[in-house]
Design a protein around this ligand. Structure first.
Ligand code: AMP
Length: 402
């Protein structure tokens, strides 16, 4: 099948693969490299383990398959095999990886050399739900594509230039110097949203904007003239908003109490705070917002009430960090799709100029505010940010060869 994969000037374009590896899934997008990469396939291997499943759109085709037992290596091989209809014997020239934590060192995408990988592995305890899986996918990818460029794009990078006061905790300063700081996450999403805002509303993009990335993981970011000033997420991916299964902001005294009085070990606490809290813990049922919204259980309503209350509170706090607010942007699975959650977060915020147009909100329109503060819904695209970085890396390599 001829998919007409030719780049600018008619030369055969190189392919880029964006990978986003989690504990139970490997999401991917395949692009043709270029100033604005062109997406050719998108999908994932889900339920990694004994009953993994492949689901994707490849070119114009929907492809689904049971893979049986699959880890990251097997999943990557399956992605390659299934995408062969478009790759046609030309493997991706660059693999871009989403990596949760870049620590204090990395504020831009990096070539994943053995030295860089060693440093990133040291950060695994800071993002135990993500970093080990991200790095497992990098190793699988280096094995599968030894000749390709491997680029890491970090969720912390967008926040690296916070003012010190938004980066520190009230601990003795020596801990800050040792890296105990507020790193912030979801940076690829914020990068995409600020870039899109600059294109569709340059005036707002140069102002004070709070972006709410509300998915299974959730955070909010205060952005001034396109740069992150403050984020609800801190040292680990636990802080700030309650999430699908993570607790969000918590008095550290609670952790001490659970250790001392309830006898929880470090690993039991990790499981509690990362996997059993948030919407799932409060509802006692599920982390799936759609299911909670449909539920008649009181606990489901309580979970939603806490979720929206905390989001509203953080919205106010971030507006204070920005010395005011010109716009709010919702993104992520919940932010992009749930009119009811957006309405509940914005409820009573008219004093901040945030008033929703009920019809535009229900219809999931892009602009849903009627007050002096703009309110927008913009679907995020973290994979595209990775693909753009990969395209730049390929360009730099080509220029270095010339
Ligand atoms: P993400 O991690 O960005 O894929 O977001 C996942 C979350 O978005 C889950 O809690 C889903 O239940 C939620 N979600 C997706 N679609 C909807 C919807 N139409 N209404 C409410 N929540 C949704």
């Amino acid at each position: 099948m001829d998919h007409g994969m030719t780049g600018a000037g008619g030369a055969t374009a190189e392919f880029i693969l964006s990978l986003n590896a989690g504990s139970s899934s490997l999401k991917f997008s395949l692009y043709e490299a270029g100033d604005e990469p062109r997406e050719i396939a998108v999908g994932q291997v889900e339920s990694l383990g004994p009953n993994a499943r492949f689901k994707a759109r490849i070119g114009l085709e929907q492809v689904e398959d049971d893979l049986g037992s699959a880890n990251h290596h097997v999943a990557l091989r399956a992605i390659l095999e299934k995408c062969e209809t478009v790759l046609q014997g030309r493997p991706p020239a660059c693999i871009g990886h989403r990596i949760a934590h870049g620590g204090v060192d990395y504020e831009a995408p990096q070539l994943l050399t053995p030295e860089v990988m060693e440093k990133l592995a040291l950060l695994e305890p800071l993002a135990p739900l993500h970093q080990p899986h991200n790095l497992a996918a990098v190793r699988a990818s280096i094995e599968a594509f030894p000749d390709a460029l491997q680029i890491g794009c970090f969720d912390t990078a967008f926040h690296r230039n916070h003012p010190w006061v938004n980066d520190t905790f009230g601990l003795p300063l020596k801990y800050y110097d040792r890296g105990v700081r507020r790193y912030g996450f979801h940076g690829l999403s914020y990068d995409y949203i600020t870039g899109t805002l600059a294109r569709i509303d340059p005036e707002l993009a140069s102002g004070r904007v709070v972006i709410a990335h509300l998915g299974n993981g959730a955070s909010m970011c205060g952005v001034l003239n396109g740069r992150s000033i403050a984020s609800t997420m801190g040292f680990s991916a636990l802080d700030g908003l309650p999430m699908g299964t993570r607790c969000g902001q918590l008095d550290p005294g609670v952790v001490l109490y659970l250790m001392d009085q309830e006898g929880l070990s470090a690993s039991e606490l990790t499981k509690l705070l990362y996997n059993e809290s948030g919407l799932k813990g409060l509802s006692g049922a599920t982390n799936d917002m759609r299911a909670l919204e449909a539920s008649q259980q009181l606990e489901a309503e309580m979970a939603i009430e806490y979720y929206t209350f905390r989001a509203r509170r953080e919205l106010g706090a971030l507006a204070a960090s920005l010395h005011g607010i010109d716009g709010v942007v919702f993104c992520g699975g919940i932010g992009e799709n749930s009119a009811a959650i957006r309405a509940r977060i914005c409820n009573g915020m008219d004093w901040m100029g945030i008033t929703l147009d009920a019809r535009a909100n229900t219809d999931n329109e892009m602009s849903i505010g009627i007050g002096r503060t703009k309110v927008l819904v913009i679907p995020t695209d973290e994979e595209r940010i990775i693909a753009r970085a990969a395209s730049r890396a390929l360009n730099e390599r080509a220029m270095a060869k010339d």
